[in-house]
Design a protein around this ligand. Structure first.
Ligand code: URA
Length: 208
């Protein structure tokens, strides 16, 4: 299973601004949106193309179009929505699903409260989005549910990953590639990524 770190200077610069604790929520969301576009560009580079005829004003020629069933973007609520919004701007025809999981603060285990995914998920490329791959528990639980629904071609996209989360994902879902903007040093005892950026949902929505 592959782990890809998107080390593009624009991604890295914007991520550093997001990490800064003085960056307010509105700028944090805007930066997340901008990074989402760049990450979406990366994760879709292998989508299959097919040739279809296009009438230009001058001639009819076969031209490349994305083929197959439309992508499914699955947001792990609530922080996943920040990545989702930006990606949808780039891929507006994608189908969208949501997995609602909250982290029990004592056990750090995910608890499911919502699940709704597009039809024919087994025939779609699926991109699961969550800005933070921390313990890996929520991400793995979400992917467990998606596989139970038949999803076969799954990629996990995040902004920041902890080495511990990457290891858990590699162990439980070795078939799922991970794409991230950075792999940080470690998790702290509360399950936060260090140095990280804090609680992504709180930073996005100003709920800290
Ligand atoms: N979730 C977050 O939002 N931040 C972390 O550092 C870990 C999990």
């Amino acid at each position: 299973m592959t782990v890809t770190v998107v080390d593009h200077p624009l991604v890295q610069h914007k991520l550093s601004l997001m990490r800064d604790k003085t960056t307010p929520s509105n700028q944090f969301r805007q930066l997340l949106r901008e990074i989402s576009h760049l990450l979406a560009y990366e994760v879709t580079r292998d989508l299959p193309l097919e040739m279809r005829l296009v009438d230009t004003p001058l001639e009819t020629q076969p031209m490349p179009h994305i083929s197959g069933k439309k992508l499914a973007l699955i947001s792990i609520l609530r922080a996943g929505n920040g990545l989702l919004d930006g990606i949808l701007e780039l891929i507006p025809s994608a189908r969208v699903g949501f997995v609602g999981l909250y982290r029990d603060e004592d056990t750090l285990q995910p608890v499911q409260y919502y699940y709704k995914v597009p039809q024919a998920i087994d025939q779609r490329p699926v991109i699961v989005v969550d800005p933070m791959l921390a313990t890996g528990n929520s991400s793995c639980a979400a992917i467990d549910l998606l596989k139970k629904s038949g999803a076969q071609n799954i990629l996990f996209l995040c902004l920041l990953a902890a080495p511990e989360g990457v290891a858990v994902m590699q162990d439980r879902h070795p078939d799922v590639p991970i794409v991230t903007a950075a792999i940080d040093n470690k998790l702290n005892e509360n399950g936060y990524i260090i140095p990280g950026l804090g609680d992504a949902g709180d930073r996005m929505y100003g709920t800290a």
